[in-house]
Write a protein that binds this ligand. Sequence first.
Ligand code: TXA
Ligand code: MG
Length: 373
Amino acid sequence: MTTATQLLHVDPHQPDPAVIAVAAQTLAAGLLVAFPTETVYGLGANALDAAAVARIFAAKQRPTTDPLIVHLASADQLDRVAIDIPPVVHALAARFWPGPLTLVLRRGPDVPPNVSAGRDTVAVRVPAHPVAHALLTACNLPIAAPSANLFSRPSPTTAQHVLDDLAGRVDIVFDGGPTTIGLESTVIDLTQTPPVLLRPGGADVTALHALLPDLRVPAAPLITDATEVAAAPGSLLKHYAPHTPLFLLRGDDASAMRFIHAAVRALHECGQRTGILIPDEEFAAYADLHAELVGLGPAHDLATIGRYLFARLREVDSLGVDVILVRGVAEADDGGGLGPAIRDRLFRAAEGRVLDVTDPATLQTLLRLTSDA
Ligand code: TXA
Ligand code: MG
């Protein structure tokens, strides 16, 4: 399928109502519009139109087993898409909406089953971005929107990322500049007792616990097989992945630095080029290596690391390297904020390949894995 993709520039703070109206009509006609939210760009379609929703899955090449998030202009519209809404939703909405929190509720009768991959639940969020808000208000429809990337590619945080993946597959792409949070919303399933955190994201987990004291936080990302319909459908391990094999390094700073030096030299001798994603402060330490260095941001500034993480993953992937090494972020830096979400996205980008840099055998493991590739 291919279509002429129209790129529309908008002021992210004060989008032109005439431009918004064009996109609202496009959505009402059952077509696809990619738009910025405060988390990542979304690929939107009318959530009440099963054929429009099917176009999202086709454009993204997304398995129809992975359900979509429905976006609303305000919490007042919840009744249009959900039933049996538990009272805590009102407190959560008052504290977190508009914003990066998605709630899984019982699906209402007007929402076609394909939005939710056949489940009797529906994920809902009220985004804060002025462009998303203007669009939702203008079309007066619930909009189903996954991240506007091809399935299993890093989520898009700029209009260019959207075009890189979806040009010719979507009718309108808004360019409202880079998104501010850069990581997707936090997803909580309120249809289970106790409620379960399905995906760590942009919402502060400490603040969530205050309203949901019994919230269950699964210890590690669920590792599932892509052929399986998992209990938490978004937790497919191959997700956000660059094309180049990426390895997540676990261990203390000194061991990691020794390991990176040894690994880059050994890989270079085998004719392999390495890309390294590191905190900005560590650039000088690797300046003498034959490696492509890409900065994650200031080491302890998780908001900045989160904002640019997907862009940096795409960037390092475009440098023509054979192997990517990345340092994780330390739990000591979390402070209730984005640490769990950043670790989750890096783990998935690595497709579970985590290397213990304190183990002397790890270098051989890396060389074996990269020569097999
Ligand atoms: O920040 C965000 O959430 C972005 C912006 C565009 O809003 N959207 C986004 O959508 O990240 P997507 O489709 O890439 O991720 C949606 C996640 C997936 O992990 C999906 O499995 C989960 O939400 N999800 C959606 N509906 C669900 C449901 N009914 N039950 C359980 N999980 C659901
Ligand atoms: Mg996604």
